[in-house]
Design a binder for this molecule. Structure first.
Ligand code: DGL
Length: 262
């Protein structure tokens, strides 16, 4: 099976890592829309068009299913993409339900960090209402993290002081969970862990998304340790440059380390 994975940039590599750990015998096409990243500060019409074009490209290049490894694109475009394209499309939304399911203390709140488009979008509001979680969920947009991630700046003083300043807006002793509502934020799990009090667990949506892909397509989890079969595309052009492939490989290695942090 050929599986397409799409993100505005290199944040979705965290989802690819999760997919490779469970579905190593399949082939993957990874599409990073590097010409248009960041989506989180674009208009809804732009995001709709970019996302549709990316998913269509992945299908035209043989994908039997596509994972939209971007909360922002899912928030704006998933309904439209599903209505117009005919392969299974798996979206991604902030894992607030997982935080809920793990919560042993009803008084503990959840802080969701995401892009401005996701934070202000109707889809996230609906999710929170459906989970009856309005009183215990706070939202925070952290747009600069997307630029830091794209520039390969993961645990610098700049990153840490930005995070400290933004998180200082909340009384963190009241929170039990920090939900990463943007795939780019996986790059900063170590810095977040350093800054957050130990009572707060960090939750991402990667595992849930790949589990959904597995169950929707009826796939089997691979037990064999095979070399990954992935082709990378930057906004429609296949990546062959050693410089870029090295950057992708460094990012995947960094994200593998982040995977264990919770
Ligand atoms: N990685 C994307 C997400 O999960 C968005 C980053 C961006 O392009 O602003 O929301």
């Amino acid at each position: 099976m050929k599986i397409g994975i799409f993100d505005s940039g290199l944040g979705g590599l965290s989802v690819l890592n999760e997919a490779l750990s469970k579905l190593s015998e399949h082939e993957f096409l990874y599409y990073a829309d590097v010409k248009n990243v960041p989506y989180g500060q674009k208009s809804r019409d732009e995001i709709l068009k970019f996302s549709f074009d990316a998913v269509k490209f992945l299908i035209e290049n043989g994908s039997n299913a596509v994972v939209v490894a971007c909360n922002t694109a899912t928030s704006v475009a998933i309904k439209d993409i599903r209505a117009k394209l005919s392969v299974p499309i798996i979206g991604m939304e902030p894992a607030i339900k997982k935080a809920h399911d793990l919560s042993y203390n009803d008084a503990l709140k959840t802080l969701v960090i995401a892009t401005p488009v996701t934070v202000n979008g109707a889809k996230l509001k609906e999710l929170i209402i459906n989970l009856h979680a309005k009183d215990k969920t706070e939202l925070l947009a952290l747009p600069r993290l997307v630029n830091f991630a794209e520039n390969g700046e993961f645990d610098t003083e700049n990153v840490k002081s930005y995070l400290k300043e933004e998180l200082a807006k909340f009384d963190l002793s009241k929170f039990g969970f920090l939900v990463l509502g943007c795939t780019h934020f996986n790059y900063f799990k170590d810095s977040l862990r350093e800054i957050l009090p130990s009572n707060i667990s960090i939750i991402d949506g990667n595992e849930g998304t790949i589990n959904r892909l597995i169950s929707e397509l009826g796939l089997k989890i691979s037990t064999l340790d095979q070399a990954p079969k992935v082709r990378f595309f930057y906004s429609g052009d296949e990546v062959f440059s050693k410089f870029e492939l090295d950057k992708i490989s460094r990012n995947l290695t960094h994200l593998k380390k982040m995977r264990a942090i919770c």
